[in-house]
Ligand binder design. Structure first.
Ligand code: GLC
Ligand code: CA
Length: 562
C-alpha cells in the first residue's frame, strides 16, 4: 500500500456556523475557529475539513454559493481565512475546503445572467428547458422536497435543481462550466490549501434525456438513477484531476451519495486518476425504512452494519483504493443517538463507535462534538428548526394533508433532521455552552451541563479522553493505518470484531454493540499468550485475554497481537 499523508491523517470536520462565535452575533465564525486551534491541537487531529465558508444567501447554510472567491460576511473576510490557514499550518494541521461543484446559488452572477436571456453565453451553464407552466418536464423529486423543476417567471422556462430551488444545478456537459470550476479550484489551491471535499460530486453528470423514473430511491426521491454516477462522470473526474490535482500534493475527497460499488471502486482506483477517497452512503441509508428519512428508524442488525463496512473495504482494496470512514457529519444524526444508546450507555457506546471509526481501515473523519459524545436534540416545535430540508418537507407534508401538526412527525425529526448535528458545539456548562455571548442562531442542547469540553477535559474516562488515546494509538501503531482489514465473528449480532494485519504486526478490535454482558471465546487462531491490551473503556483487572472473556455492555477493547 502506497504511503500518503492523507491516509495517515485523522480528520476533524468543522461546521463553522455552530463551532465558536467570536463577536456575539450568535453565529460561529472564522476568528472563533482560530480561538480553538489549541483545542484541535490538544485533540491531536491532523487535518481540518471546513464546511463551506463562501459568500452565500444561506438557504442551505453555505451550500448555495453566490461567490466562490469571497468569504461569507457572517464568517469574516479573506484575511481571517488566511490567518486561520496560517494558524493551522503552524501547528502542522492541514486544511481542506468544502467545494460545491454541482450547483450554485440562484443569486450567483452566472445564474442571474443566464436567466436574463436565451442568448446569454451563460444560458447553457444551467439546465433551462421550455415547458408548460403547469407540468414539470419529468417526475424527478428534489432531495429537499417538491419537483426538481422550478418555473422561472422571468425566463418563462423551467430550470433544474436537485436540491432547493435556490440551488440551480450547473450543466457540467458545458466545457465552459468545467473550466470555470477548475479555475476557481486552482485559485484556492494556490492559496495553500491541502485539498477539497467535493460536495455531491457524483451527481454532476446527468443523463442527457432526463427521463422519468418510477422507483423512489433511499431518499424517497425519483430520478437518482439518471444522475447518480452519471454517464460522463469518470471523464469529468479525470479531467478535474488533470486540471487541478495532478501536480499537487493535495487530496480529493468525494462526497458520493448512493454511489454504486462499480463506480466507487473506479473513483478511488489510483491508476485511473480520479479521486483519492469517497464517502459511501450505505451505512447511513440502510437503517431507513423504504420511503426515506421521514419514517421511524428501521430495526437493524449488527450483521448488516458489519457487512457494509466489510464490503466497502473489499470494493476499494480490489483496486488498491482507499476509504473515508465516518459515522456522523452535518447531514446525519448524532452517531451515538443513531448507532449507540444515548440514554443508558451514552459514554460507553460513543466509545465503542469511536473505536470502530479509529481502528477500522480508511481515513477517520470526526465530526465536531462527536468526540464529546454529543447527542440529538429534543425538538418540540417547528420554529426550533433551521434546516431547509426539514422545513421544506414539513411544509410539503402539511400542504398535502399528510400531517396536521409537529407532534405527528416529532420523533422522526428528533431522529433524522440535519439540525440534530448542527446545534452549537458544547464548550462549557455555562450559558449557551460557551458558544456565544449572544443569542445562538439555533438552540444549544440542554445536556450541555453534562456534555462539554470543560468537563470532559477533567474526566479521565470521558469520551473526549478516549478519542485522544485512540488518536495517539493510531500514530504509534502504523498497522492501524496500513494493515489489512480482516473481519472475524461475522455472524455475531452483538460483537463487531476485526483484525488489522501487516508484516508481523497485528491488532484485534472487539466491540460489544449490545447493552448486555456477552461471553465470548477467543477466536480460533489467536493465541492467548500473545495478546496485549492497548485500550479499553472499562476498568480491567489484568490485561490478559483468557480463553473465555465477558464483554460488558458497550465494552470496547483494542488488543495488540504478537
Ligand atoms: C451535501 C451537503 C449537504 C448539502 C447538499 C447540497 O449533501 O453535505 O449539507 O445540503 O450537499 O449541497
Ligand atoms: Ca459571529
Amino acid at each position: 500500500m502506497k504511503k500518503e499523508w492523507w491516509k495517515e491523517a485523522v480528520v476533524y470536520q468543522i461546521y463553522p456556523r455552530s463551532f465558536n462565535d467570536s463577536n456575539g452575533d450568535g453565529i460561529g465564525d472564522l476568528p472563533g475557529i482560530r480561538e480553538k486551534v489549541d483545542y484541535l491541537d490538544y485533540l491531536g487531529i491532523d487535518l481540518v475539513w471546513l464546511n463551506p465558508v463562501y459568500d452565500s444567501p444561506n438557504t442551505d447554510n453555505g451550500y448555495d454559493v453566490r461567490n466562490y472567491r469571497k468569504i461569507m460576511d457572517e464568517f469574516g473576510d479573506m484575511e481571517d481565512w488566511k490567518d486561520l490557514l496560517d494558524d493551522l499550518h503552524d501547528r502542522g494541521i492541514r486544511l481542506i475546503m468544502d467545494f460545491v461543484p454541482n450547483h450554485t446559488s440562484d443569486a450567483h452572477r452566472w445564474f442571474q445572467k443566464s436567466r436574463k436571456s436565451k442568448d446569454s453565453s451563460y444560458r447553457d451553464y444551467y439546465f433551462w428547458r421550455e415547458g408548460d407552466e403547469k407540468e414539470p418536464l419529468n417526475n424527478w423529486d428534489s432531495i429537499f422536497g417538491g419537483s426538481v423543476w422550478e418555473w422561472d417567471k422571468e425566463a418563462r422556462e423551467y430550470y433544474l435543481h436537485l436540491f432547493s430551488r435556490k440551488q440551480p444545478d450547473l450543466n457540467w456537459d458545458n466545457p465552459d462550466v468545467r473550466s470555470e470550476i477548475y479555475e476557481i479550484m486552482n485559485w484556492w489551491m494556490d492559496k495553500g490549501i491541502d485539498g477539497f471535499r467535493l460536495d455531491v460530486v457524483n451527481f454532476i453528470s446527468k443523463h442527457p434525456d432526463l427521463p422519468d423514473e418510477h422507483n423512489k430511491g433511499p431518499y424517497g426521491a425519483r430520478g437518482t438513477k439518471y444522475y447518480v454516477d452519471g454517464p460522463n462522470i469518470h471523464d469529468y473526474f479525470q479531467e478535474m484531476n488533470k486540471e487541478v490535482f495532478a501536480d499537487r500534493d493535495a487530496v480529493a475527497i468525494g462526497e458520493t451519495p448512493l454511489v454504486s460499488e462499480e463506480a466507487g471502486s473506479k473513483y478511488v482506483d489510483p491508476s485511473r486518476n480520479e479521486l483519492d477517497m469517497i464517502f459511501q452512503f450505505d451505512h447511513v441509508t440502510f437503517d431507513m425504512k423504504e420511503g426515506g428519512s421521514w419514517l421511524p428508524q428501521r430495526d437493524w442488525q449488527l450483521t448488516e452494519l458489519k457487512e457494509i463496512f466489510t464490503r466497502w473495504r473489499k470494493v476499494t482494496s480490489n483496486t488498491g483504493g482507499w476509504n473515508a470512514t465516518y459515522l456522523s457529519n452535518h447531514d446525519q444524526p448524532r452517531m451515538v443517538s443513531r448507532f449507540g444508546d444515548d440514554q443508558d450507555f451514552r459514554r460507553e457506546s460513543a466509545q465503542v463507535l469511536a473505536t470502530l471509526l479509529m481502528t477500522i481501515s480508511g481515513t477517520p473523519f470526526i465530526y465536531q462534538g462527536e468526540e464529546l459524545g454529543m447527542t440529538n436534540y429534543p425538538f418540540t416545535d417547528i420554529s426550533e428548526l433551521r434546516d431547509v430540508q426539514t422545513i421544506n418537507k414539513f411544509n410539503e407534508m402539511k400542504k398535502q394533508g399528510k400531517i396536521n401538526n409537529f407532534d405527528e412527525v416529532k420523533s422522526e425529526i428528533r431522529l433524522w433532521s440535519r439540525d440534530n448535528a448542527r446545534t452549537p458545539m458544547q464548550w462549557t456548562s455555562g450559558e449557551n455552552a460557551g458558544f456565544t455571548d449572544g443569542e445562538p442562531w439555533i438552540n444549544v442542547n440542554p445536556n450541555k451541563s453534562e456534555i462539554n469540553v470543560g468537563a470532559e477535559k477533567k474526566d479521565e474516562d470521558s469520551v473526549l479522553q478516549f478519542y485522544r488515546k485512540l488518536i495517539d494509538l493510531r500514530k504509534e501503531h502504523k498497522v492501524l493505518i496500513y494493515g489489512d482489514y480482516k473481519p472475524i465473528l461475522e455472524e455475531d449480532e452483538e460483537i463487531f470484531g476485526f483484525l488489522r494485519e501487516e508484516n508481523n504486526e497485528a491488532t484485534l478490535t472487539m466491540l460489544n454493540f449490545s447493552s448486555e454482558n456477552k461471553k465470548l471465546s477467543l477466536p480460533s487462531g489467536i493465541s492467548v499468550d500473545g495478546v496485549d491490551l492497548l485500550l479499553s473503556n472499562y476498568p480491567l483487572e489484568g490485561t490478559e485475554f483468557s480463553e473465555e472473556t465477558t464483554f460488558r455492555p458497550y465494552e470496547a477493547r483494542l488488543y495488540k497481537l504478537e
